[in-house]
Design a protein around this ligand. Sequence first.
Ligand code: CAA
Length: 257
Amino acid sequence: MAYETILVETRGHVGLVRLNRPKALNALNSQLIAELTEALKAYDADPEIAAVVVTGTDKAFAAGADIKEMASKSYVEASFGDFIAPWQAVAQRKKPIIAAVAGYALGGGCELAMMCDLVICADNAKFGQPEINLGTIPGAGGTQRLTRLIGKSKAMEMVLTGRMLDAEAAERANLVARVVPVDNLLDEALKLGDTIAEKSKPVVAMAKQAINAAYETTLETGLKTERQLFYGTFATEDRREGMAAFADKRSPEFQDR
Ligand code: CAA
């Protein structure tokens, strides 16, 4: 499929999606979300792909949902059209998605990063939920995922004041796994993808599902899910190979089976 608002390329076993509306600071309009979710679904279905990196430009990962597209919507159009619903497809993928954030990740941009499985950021990154300045509130997870990730007080401060977190503060708040120099961001994200690509794809998917259960269910249900998935790895040849390789003191050769 020919895309107009994203650039898609494959680096080895890692898919790379660059948000590409630089003049609008990668504002997330409905076309971009449709193209992004289409590309992520295609990577999920591609047996050669182990992980996907989603990134923007050095100036902006994404400055939010497209305000100009939203501005004229009535309540009925917003609510019954449910224009945020298609975004959920990002969080429903089986393969790990790494958000590589440089510059602004605001509003829907911050929410998109949080829908990904892990976030690394450049030293110039700025995360924020400034919707309050537009007379609205976050609508794609910014009151829910953000609160679970960084806690109530910090989430309240960001959402009620629109205050941004710089890269260091985002790392302290556990919003990002780590901060790297802006020039190294893409390489570091791709390296992470390469490391994941050395593992068993079905087992990686089970690990991702288990961690996500911690954010979506109670502890009791999450622990049950984890145990079922753990036992589920025993149905794979890769689990057998991994443990045999350990005993033989050699590197495992996973076959994704
Ligand atoms: N939607 C639409 N266009 C946007 C945009 C957005 N979210 N963010 C930036 N742009 C556009 C600007 O309108 C501008 O376009 P023109 O050149 O045609 O005027 C272009 O991108 C460059 O932006 P600026 O000139 O404003 O750049 P700057 O460097 O001076 O400021 C900024 C950068 C601080 C990020 C500023 O652009 C800004 O505040 N953007 C809006 C951030 C925001 O409020 N995001 C939340 C959106 S609502 C949301 O996301 C709801 C949700 O939860 C789903």
